[in-house]
Design a protein around this ligand. Structure first.
Ligand SMILES: Nc1ncnc2c1ncn2[C@@H]1O[C@H](COP(=O)(O)OP(=O)(O)O)[C@@H](O)[C@H]1O
Ligand SMILES: [Mg+2]
Length: 277
């Protein structure tokens, strides 16, 4: 279904993703873990074509998506909807309009300018919000919602595109544990009920173990672990995080910055640009 082969991204002399290869046979919920700067975001951004790969291929259902251009590239971007740590909603706009912006790619500039949404789309947006347990907030401004609610609105916006894959870049890194749980449960449910593939960069091991069928560990751009949560022993985790004997699982948060990362803004900007095309 998905074949990633020798995928590489270099920024100057820095190799962000280094000959990454893996194969996914069926829709799976995959967690990507690793320290800050390991290449997790760069991988998702290449997959979604927000950034170009330096070399390698990424084949989905038989097509190398890295070669798609124009309309085909935009269609692919709709097929793999992206969710970000900072939700990327339009804060002052109401929730349902935010969700309806998930259909922007398929609407005319004229309709977009005047916020004209087809009635069927509005009903569908409300249904999706209902499913995610946030429909009662449909008329509120996005900024009035809690972080967990906003992230569920962002998921609803992604679902409006009816994507085959949901790519989530640290979707719960800004949330408290309660909200984090509702968001991960929502992603899990979407995977199970709709059969959509979910690939989520996660900053804690326990989340990856708890919600994912498969865990990929990255270190310095390379895939150093690929297996089931059961196979992800403390020893394997140590290898991924490059920690010594003092390694503890509570220390796997991406909040521990090593100075090489902190590049969360560009993707937010790119996503907003994409939405406002
Ligand atoms: N736009 C960019 N320009 C230059 N270097 C980048 C850029 N984006 C990421 N990097 C570098 O690539 C490496 C991987 O970053 P990233 O994919 O953001 O890691 P992660 O998401 O695992 O924290 C880091 O060394 C980072 O500094
Ligand atoms: Mg990242």
């Amino acid at each position: 279904m998905l074949v990633v082969n020798q995928l590489t991204k270099r920024f100057g002399t820095n190799t962000a993703v280094d000959t990454a290869s893996f194969t996914v046979e069926e829709p799976t919920m995959i967690g990507i873990i690793g320290r800050s700067g390991a290449g997790k975001s760069t991988f998702l951004r290449m997959m979604n074509r927000l950034t170009d790969a330096t070399s390698g291929t990424l084949t989905f259902e038989g097509r190398n998506v890295l070669e798609l251009t124009g309309r085909a590239r935009r269609d692919w971007q709709a097929d793999c909807a992206m969710i970000f740590q900072q939700f990327n909603l339009v804060p002052r706009m109401d929730v349902v309009s935010n969700v309806l912006h998930g259909t922007l790619g398929s609407r005319s500039t004229f309709a977009t300018m005047f916020n004209l949404f087809p009635r069927d789309d509005i009903y569908r947006a409300i249904d999706i919000l209902e499913r995610l347990g946030v429909a009662e907030n449909a008329a509120k401004r996005a900024e009035a919602l809690s972080g967990g609610q906003q992230q569920r609105v962002a998921i609803a916006r992604a679902l409006m595109q009816d994507p085959k894959i949901i790519l989530a870049d640290e979707p719960i890194a800004s949330l408290d544990p309660m909200n984090a749980q509702t968001v991960m449960e929502a992603l899990r449910r979407i995977h199970e009920e709709d059969g959509r593939m979910v690939i989520a960069n996660l900053h804690t091991l326990d989340t990856a173990r708890r919600y994912c069928d498969r865990v990929i560990g990255m270190r310095d751009g390379r895939i150093v672990f690929d297996g089931t949560p059961e196979q992800l022993t403390t020893g394997a985790a140590r290898e991924i995080y490059g920690a010594g004997d003092d390694f503890s699982e509570t220390s796997t948060s991406t909040e521990i910055r090593d100075g090489s990362a902190g590049v969360d803004t560009p993707e937010a900007v790119v996503e907003l640009e994409r939405l406002s095309v």
